[in-house]
Design a protein. Structure first.
Length: 294
């Protein structure tokens, strides 16, 4: 995938990035995120929002490695597929637990306040930025707190194409139910770093279609793992994911500089990967289990 926004361009390579041999000491995430942006239009798939101020995001996407086989170090993570029937009631705010209340952002943030690192080093948010973001984990999930840069790659559309994004690529690491690249305009998905000595997501049961909860402000939205990015950067999600969180989704200058929490549930998988209603239902269920400590 060609280089993305910013004045610093990384050399694209499939070479794994060497990481620190020493394990990181446990750390604590900063306090609660700032107040949320105003509510977006009710329809999730409407056109993008205006560019956010400030410099363009630095080089976000390197060569995509595509789906890769799970190569565990020791015992592999359990493969649990989350299959849920979709229905007209499904939607970003429609999923509820047994009590009738959705999982709150505050509850998820409290659950991931402390960090027991699973990565052997830290990631950069953008090329040239300090490497200060660990991947943390529990027995149920891995998580990190970072920026959100907009991945507009995959199937071209009105908002994601070579005309709107000078670094557009028509490929994603994983493909949809029809065998074509994913549709970043319509499918909320997150990007995980390519496997490296810093962290190999496959060893923690994370793969294409794994379920993720995204938290920004007081919003919780559900997505799938849909793309694999550079092995030294973290903090990227699709156009549709940014829109669902109320984040400007312009593919060249959108995104947000901080305070997005990514929680990926180990061993989970939505099939087909592009069933958004199933992802929302299963994501709410896994998030409820996560905050309840089960």
């Amino acid at each position: 995938m060609p280089p993305r926004r910013g004045h610093i361009v990384r050399v694209q390579s499939l070479t794994l990035v060497a990481a620190s041999a020493a394990l990181l000491a446990p750390t604590t995430f900063p306090g609660a995120p700032p107040p949320p942006l105003p509510e977006p239009p009710a329809q999730l798939l409407l056109p993008g929002a205006p560019d956010r101020p400030g410099p363009l995001r630095a080089d976000r996407s390197g060569v995509r490695i595509g789906p890769v086989p799970h190569v565990p170090a020791g015992q592999p993570a359990p493969h649990v597929r989350q299959r849920t029937d979709s229905g007209p009631e499904a939607g970003p705010r429609a999923q509820r637990d047994a009590s009738g209340s959705p999982v709150r952002a505050a509850d998820l943030l409290a659950r991931v306040r402390d960090c027991d690192p699973v990565s052997r080093g830290r990631y950069r948010s953008d090329a040239g930025a300090p490497a200060g973001i660990p991947v943390c984990g529990t027995k149920e999930a891995v998580y990190w707190k970072a920026d959100l840069d907009v991945d507009c790659d995959g199937r071209p559309g009105d908002r994601c194409n070579s005309g709107t994004d000078p670094h557009f690529s028509p490929a994603t690491a994983y493909t949809g139910s029809d065998g074509r690249p994913l549709d970043a305009e319509r499918l909320p998905y997150v990007v995980v770093p390519g496997p490296s000595d810093t962290w190999d997501h496959r060893e923690d049961g994370v793969r294409g279609g794994s379920l993720a909860a995204l938290v920004h402000g007081d919003r919780v939205r559900y997505a799938v793992v849909g793309d694999v990015g550079p092995s030294d950067l973290i903090g990227e999600a699709s156009y549709a994911a940014a829109r669902s969180l109320g984040i400007p989704a312009d593919p060249e200058g959108g995104g947000v500089a901080s305070d997005v929490t990514y929680i990926v549930f180990k061993g989970s998988q939505v099939e087909p990967i592009d069933d958004t209603a199933a992802a929302e239902k299963a994501g709410e269920r896994l998030a409820r289990r996560f905050v309840d400590g089960g």
